[in-house]
Design a protein around this ligand. Structure first.
Ligand code: AP5
Ligand code: MG
Ligand code: ZN
Length: 225
């Protein structure tokens, strides 16, 4: 797909926990040659390395609550200031509050940039619960699988791409998932209205096969060129 966009492409993937943000963001990044910036992945990486940021984030993640805005905003802004984000990035899991969205806009505005597209993956609560119950993640490269909907082609305990061990995320137990959904509706769903008001919202039916959803996203991005 063409990557000759006049203006850097900052795309915000929205949707409930388990809607497919990470899965779709990764595919879109491969096609566009821009990085995926996933706040959840950065927190999990910090936790793996036992950094103070990781240990702090864990207290919130284990409950399915949001990590405080100041910590999260600083972390993501540092990441977006890296040179590999010069041509844009696909943000996944950030922003999640109106304060985060405003901070992102302010940081981009300083560079004369803006969010170009905010796809929201629409998936029913039942589907989300089934997706998270069967999700497996590669410990090494963070590739996403599902025991039923998207299983690894070979050994069911290993990543197809890198051979890494597949694990179940600690926050994918049913009780934490229910709280994550509650937090989504309360704190993050208002951002749908925010991006609608900014003229960049793109609702996408996320309850279809992964490739079909991806095709819609690529068409929406191509329309920006
Ligand atoms: P985060 O890691 O962002 O988790 P989340 O938003 O709950 O979203 P998920 O990663 O669970 O789902 P996803 O939409 O990426 O779906 P996926 O592609 O994996 O955040 C975790 C925690 O970190 C938060 O709870 C919070 O504590 C903290 N945090 C992170 N960001 C923060 C922020 N900005 N502010 C404050 N705190 C923050 O897909 C799910 C499954 O479904 C997979 O198994 C996949 O294979 C399967 N699947 C995907 N698409 C399809 C399809 N079309 N059909 C069938 N199956 C599919
Ligand atoms: Mg994710
Ligand atoms: Zn892997």
């Amino acid at each position: 797909m063409t990557t000759s966009f006049k203006e850097p492409l900052f795309i915000v993937m929205m949707g409930a926990p388990g809607a497919g943000k990470g899965t779709q963001a990764r595919l879109l990044c491969e096609a566009l040659g821009i990085p995926q910036v996933s706040s959840g992945d950065i927190f999990r990486e910090n936790l793996k390395n036992q950094t103070p940021l990781g240990l702090l984030a864990r207290q919130y993640m284990d409950k399915g609550a949001l990590v405080p805005d100041d910590v999260t905003i600083n972390m993501v802004m540092d990441r977006l200031a890296q040179p590999d984000c010069a041509a844009g990035a696909v943000l996944d899991g950030f922003p999640r509050t109106l304060a985060q969205a405003a901070a992102l806009d302010a940081a981009l505005r300083e560079r004369d940039l803006r969010v170009r597209l905010a796809p929201v993956l629409e998936v029913s609560d039942e589907a989300v619960i089934n997706r998270l119950a069967g999700r497996r993640v590669c410990r090494n490269c963070q590739a996403m699988y599902h025991l039923e909907f998207n299983p690894p082609a070979g050994d069911p305990t290993r990543c197809d791409k890198c051979g890494g061990e597949l694990y179940r995320r600690a926050d994918d137990d049913p009780e934490t998932v229910r709280n994550r959904l509650f937090v989504y509706y309360k704190q993050t769903a208002p951002l749908v209205g925010y991006y609608f008001a900014h003229g960049v919202l793109k609702p996408v039916d996320g309850d279809r096969p992964i490739e079909v959803v991806q095709a819609d996203l690529r068409a929406a991005v191509a329309a920006l060129a």
